[in-house]
Write a protein that binds this ligand. Sequence first.
Ligand SMILES: [Ca+2]
Length: 299
Amino acid sequence: MPAPAPKATACSACRDGAAALDFTFTMAFQPIVDLRHGGSVFAYEALVRGSDGSSAAGVLARVNDTNRYAFDQACRVRAVELAARLGVDCRLSINFLPNAVYQPEACIRATLEAARRTGFPVERIIFEVAEHENAQDREHLNRILRAYRRQGLRTAIDDFGAGYAGLGLLADFQPDMLKIDMALVRGICTDPVRQAIVRSIVSMGESLGIAVIAEGVETEDELRPLRAMGVHLFQGYLFARPAVEALPPVQWPAGAGFGAAPEASVAPVPPVASPPGAAAFSTVSLMPRRGTGMAFGLG
Ligand SMILES: [Ca+2]
């Protein structure tokens, strides 16, 4: 366990929640899209923002050893509350700080309670986390992820392939999702090394039954090779920038090769809504409901 704080401190922080923070923050939401079957929003990741919509950096600069636990808890609760309020009807992806979790089962209670209180289904919550360099942290992270899975939550390894978020963690715990780090995505169209690495990650995901998400996708030149490798879940400016306390509309890729005509949404859509067979990817006809967000991402 990484230098756990005294239990009383952690538990009192849990009870006090956001009250222990001397700053405010909110969440932006960025969609993760599924380009199969004409396209849909797979999830919204909740990203920390200042209350005035400023970047995450200013908020995270105020997180320290004293308030880290309360901040982590407050982020989760805020993400779930906003997701429910915005009508997120797909998954909600929340980042968490493993070093702000003392006892996994106890530290998840506020999140579960927020889900119950707001009516947001627990099984639609994804917790994403990146590995850190400390091997002891990895054991701790493993315990957290297993505990979350037991609670019915989904799990994702964030920033996979960058820094320490990688194979060691995956060998010990197979999450529901891997998020390929944007450093591997950037410039992939002309980089055979990145192509080989990502192709291997995709293949590994298929073998292990783990969904692979490419994050930080900004151009169609990046999207194209990823699609060709079999990736179908994407996040990045190409589709939507994060929106503060809102679910941004998705800019679906134009042109052929991204799927057939949009599938009808779950609720029947009047046939006059859009000409059948028109624009393979229509922003309007596939517009998701207003969205939610996650906790710590800077994206
Ligand atoms: Ca993330």
